[in-house]
Design a protein. Structure first.
Length: 65
């Protein structure tokens, strides 16, 4: 049960990320814009998301190995 606070934090972070993504999509759709990702957008989103996932994974598993 030592990691229960960390798990709750991760769950809330995922919920907030989903809400933020949904709000951006709804905002863009309300203006009538098409939602598309080009090569540059994909590279930028991967370079932002990948370190976050790596840091959270390291923090979650460092005590178990």
């Amino acid at each position: 049960m030592n990691d229960s606070a960390f798990i709750i934090f991760i769950i809330f972070a995922i919920i907030w990320l989903l809400m933020a993504t949904a709000s951006v999509i709804i905002f863009l759709k309300s203006d009538g814009q098409k939602i598309h990702f080009g090569k540059t957008g994909l590279i930028i989103s991967i370079s932002i998301i990948l370190p976050i996932i790596m840091a959270l994974s390291y923090a979650a598993f460092r005590g178990t190995f």
